[in-house]
Design a protein around this ligand. Structure first.
Ligand SMILES: Cc1cc2nc3c(=O)[nH]c(=O)nc-3n(C[C@H](O)[C@H](O)[C@H](O)COP(=O)(O)OP(=O)(O)OC[C@H]3O[C@@H](n4cnc5c(N)ncnc54)[C@H](O)[C@@H]3O)c2cc1C
Length: 424
């Protein structure tokens, strides 16, 4: 009987375990989780803090008892794995217990990362990555009447935190070193429009301005910004970045860049050791580079692929490309593709209201798209871009065209998206 270990039981770990069980009904699957919760969806944590969903709403696969029964798992929870020895395939927990396996999946995800700021003890700031971060922020909001907040990091996570603080009437400043919002996903015109809309809703923007140091005052914090300005806040939330949880493996045995390097089977450089989800770095289809793609669906596909291969099957995942689909403050922002790639820019609609699309057409067709205020066309555009990357075919199918036209895009703009006026 084969023995499998899953280290970290989030999205990738859950799908890994489920797929192993589907392919090997008799194997022994041991799951190691540093906490006692069942797998949760980190993207729902801000909805919980905002009181939009109940606590149970964060667990898409149900409670741990149900999962354990359904998948026949041996669960070791509430203990962090300290080390994985790739040669002997031994898992060592933080309290020194050792377990040996045939195959191991590392699905430990990533943690919030923030540099040290002079004057700010790390525990005095809030973060938004784990369920623990969400519980801490919610409890603080419910037990204090904060009047002002500084959110650092104009990312998709930062904006969700800004949204929930703003909705509670907390005067919120949103800061980033970059000089515009969503610098990695939005085109400049779209960034500026989103900035205009959130400013109108009362959020103060401090862009092009990094947090330098903090002084504690009787009422909260005096935050010194790199441009010389001062932000007074009694709550600081740092949404600056993440670091992969790779420290449990030995980099001499398992190749690591920013994440654990995996091939299309989710195999690492060490025999019998697999990795999936935010901890891993796999193929990015547009750049053809290896990259961490921190998205829920990506973690699910990678977990399924790893699980199938661990259980003796053959599965492969060619990779994904950068994309964001986010709803906040009564608007939808969708960004597909690398927003730094050059090309001819075509736009459709009025950026200030209704459906607005900005498309960049490179030599081989569409390379990037921003969509404001219509999530319904996102699936069609994503599939289209995916197909261009896979096959170089830039023609939209009649069904895809029909969906885009129904949602308000003109046939002439659709032809431009297909690159018909771009030398094709
Ligand atoms: C606020 C927020 C909003 C997001 N919004 C979106 C979105 O809109 N769309 C989207 O696609 N994605 C979104 N994401 C990203 C998405 O949630 C992740 O890509 C996905 O959850 C990754 O799954 P994972 O299984 O790789 O990692 P995780 O879900 O992080 O799971 C890893 C698990 O491993 C455990 N672990 C770590 N180290 C150890 C150890 N040493 N021992 C034992 N256990 C360990 C952790 O506790 C955790 O439970 C968001 C993320 C956040 C934080």
């Amino acid at each position: 009987m084969a023995e499998y270990a899953i280290i970290g039981f989030g999205c990738a770990g859950y799908y890994g375990a489920k797929t192993i069980r589907e392919n090997d009904p008799d194997g022994k699957i041991t799951v190691f989780s540093e906490h006692e919760y069942s797998p949760y969806n980190p993207m729902l944590t801000t909805y919980y803090v905002a009181n939009k969903i109940p606590f149970e709403g964060m667990f898409p696969f149900g409670d741990m008892y149900k999962i354990k029964e359904e998948l026949g798992l041996n669960v070791i929870s509430g203990k962090k794995v300290a080390r994985v020895d790739a040669d002997s395939k031994t898992v060592v927990t933080e309290n020194g217990e050792e377990f040996v396996f045939d195959k191991i999946l590392i699905s430990t995800g990533a943690s919030a990362f923030a540099p040290a700021f002079e004057g700010l003890a790390p525990e005095k700031a809030f973060y938004m990555r784990t369920i623990g971060d969400a519980i801490k922020l919610k409890e603080a909001l419910e037990s204090h009447s904060y009047k002002s907040a500084l959110v650092v990091g104009a990312s998709m996570v930062g904006i969700k935190v800004v949204e929930l603080l703003n909705a509670r009437g907390i005067k919120t400043t949103f800061a980033d070193m970059a000089n515009r919002i969503f610098p990695l996903a939005a085109y400049e015109s779209v960034s500026r429009e989103i900035e205009r809309r959130i400013s109108e809703k009362g959020v103060k923007l401090a862009l092009g301005s990094a947090l330098s140091s903090v002084e504690e005052t009787a009422d909260g914090f005096k935050c010194n910004m790199s441009d010389g300005s001062i932000v007074e806040a009694d709550l600081i939330v740092l949404c600056i970045g993440t670091r992969t949880n790779v420290s449990i493996v030995d980099a001499d045995k398992v190749k690591i860049n920013k994440g654990i390097l995996v091939d299309e089977n989710m195999a690492t450089s060490a025999d019998g050791i697999y990795a999936a989800g935010d901890v891993s770095e796999g193929a990015e289809l547009q750049s053809k580079d290896s990259m961490i793609i921190g998205l829920w669906a990506n973690a699910a596909h990678q977990g399924i692929t790893a699980g199938a291969n661990m259980a003796g099957g053959t599965a492969s995942f060619d990779g994904n490309f950068m994309h964001n689909i986010t709803h906040f403050m009564d608007m939808d922002f969708i960004g597909f593709g690398d927003n730094k790639l050059p090309g001819t820019v075509y736009t459709s609609g009025d950026i200030t209201k209704g459906l607005y699309v900005e498309a960049v057409i490179g030599e081989e067709g569409l390379v990037g798209v921003n969509i404001l205020d219509n999530y319904r066309i996102s699936g069609t555009v994503k599939n289209y871009l995916y197909r261009i990357m896979e096959t170089k075919d830039t023609t939209l199918s009649p069904i895809q065209k029909g969906i885009l036209i129904k949602e308000g895009l003109k046939p002439s703009f659709i032809e431009k998206m297909e690159g018909k006026f771009n030398g094709k």
